[in-house]
Write a protein that binds this ligand. Structure first.
Ligand SMILES: *Cc1c(COP(=O)(O)O)cnc(C)c1O
Length: 411
């Protein structure tokens, strides 16, 4: 048999009889049940294993939060409720999903640059932590909480004066709609004692999808230093220090997985000083895609195998309306291929020809794989996009062209 034709080094799903298995089920069987294709499937065991791996690598007093926007499927969030220490939500809808699990409200925090009055009020009533992102938002929250006799817990989200470097970019503060500029935080903290708010700590999130351990280590060091400087102006002890996250997963050819052990060891080295300087603090890492991204796949079926001027197109029943990120239109500057395989014919019988996987939409943007070694796929075969557990369905324009939404299966 030939080599498998994807670029991911160690896909987490076993292959039996040349068919991908997920949650102990052969993909072909899964595609027959429930609603057929297209669908997303998420493997609960992989999520559980991922959290265990993080716990083993990180210092014991680091709390793990799940950022719900990565994958808000209620079954997924409920599964996380038994595994992590808290949730980060960023909308009323996510708050509802979070409150509908056994997670304690004190473990839930609400961030986002544009919270409505209703969201602020409901957050205060629910007793969750509000991550405030502007001076005006602090005033609004205080005004809404006072008549209810509430004193919401508040962490100040800081727009840091450093960056999470990913590819040799220079450090330096940037303008941002997120958080309060670090240099303005002391003045904001000075106003807080008069307001019906409980100062609870800081939230410093400085980047996402980072695969370089050294960049994350540097950012964590800078985060503690910034928190120390700001804490000197705080009206009370820091009870919660949210250190952000930013742990990435490999998607594209040539990307290496994050060296989690290196990040954990480095963080353990920072903890003695942190515990001394913030004796009452809970230290939190908030992660989304690192927790759930590798546990999910997107599956669609080949409808047409079509040649055009010697190029092979596999036309499927799924596409960018379900999985915008795999099409390259969710933040990528240069389009690159996600790891894509033929799920029921993982290893081709002979060298596979190049094929492009496209969807049914009437736009050339609807491209799931550009000239990958998938030419052995036949009509009826199952195309699988790996690394699809995060920022998949809910980050996609499902209404575009009015096709039905895909199913989601939690196994
Ligand atoms: C989106 C977001 C996260 C999660 O980011 P991932 O890259 O999925 O880990 C965490 N914290 C905040 C504040 C976010 O906006």
């Amino acid at each position: 048999m030939n080599r498998p034709v994807h670029h991911l080094q160690n896909p987490p799903f076993p292959v039996e009889d040349n068919c991908l298995n997920i949650g102990g089920m052969p993909l072909t069987l899964l595609a027959e049940q429930i609603t057929g294709t297209p669908f997303y499937a998420y493997d609960s065991h992989l999520i559980t294993e991922r959290v265990a791996r993080l716990r083993a690598a990180l210092p014991p007093d680091i709390h793990l939060h799940y950022a719900i926007k990565a994958n808000p499927m209620p079954a997924v969030v409920r599964h996380f409720a038994g595994l992590v220490d808290g949730f980060d939500v960023a909308s009323e809808g996510e708050l509802k999903v979070a409150l509908d699990t056994p997670m304690q409200p004190a473990g839930i925090s609400f961030a986002g640059p544009g919270k409505s009055d209703r969201e602020l009020r409901d957050a205060a009533i629910a007793g969750i932590v509000v991550s405030v992102e502007s001076e005006h938002e602090v005033e609004r929250l205080a005004r809404l909480a006072a008549p209810l006799g509430l004193r919401p817990k508040v962490v100040v989200r800081v727009n840091p004066d450093f960056e999470l470097r990913s590819s040799g970019m220079q450090m330096g503060g940037r303008a941002s709609q997120f958080g309060v500029d670090a240099e303005r935080v002391p003045a904001l903290l000075a106003c807080m004692p008069e307001l019906p708010l409980e100062f609870y700590g800081f939230h410093i999130f400085c980047g996402s999808q980072n695969l370089r351990a050294e960049s994350l280590m540097e950012a964590q060091r800078n985060t503690f230093d910034l928190a120390r400087r700001l804490a000197a102006h705080a009206p009370g002890p820091v009870k919660l220090l949210n250190l952000g996250g930013g742990f990435g997963i490999p998607y594209f050819p040539g990307e290496q997985p994050l060296d989690l052990e290196a990040v954990g060891t480095h963080l353990a080295g920072l903890m003695p000083d942190a515990r001394r300087d913030f004796p009452e603090a809970r230290f939190v890492l908030e992660l989304g895609r690192y927790l759930v991204g590798e546990a999910g796949i997107y599956v669609c079926r080949v409808l047409e195998r079509k040649f055009s001027r010697d190029q092979l197109f596999l036309i499927t029943d799924g596409g960018l309306h379900h999985h915008l990120a795999a099409s390259g239109n969710f933040g990528q500057v240069i389009r690159k291929n996600y790891p894509v395989i033929v799920g029921n014919r993982v290893v081709p019988e002979s060298a596979a020809a190049l094929a492009s996987v496209v969807g049914p939409l009437c736009t050339p943007l609807d491209l799931l794989a550009d000239k990958m070694e998938l030419g052995h796929a036949c009509e009826g075969d199952l195309i699988v996009v790996l690394q699809s557990g995060a920022y998949g369905l809910t980050a996609s324009p499902t209404a575009f062209l009015s096709h039905p939404a895909p199913a989601e299966i939690f196994l």
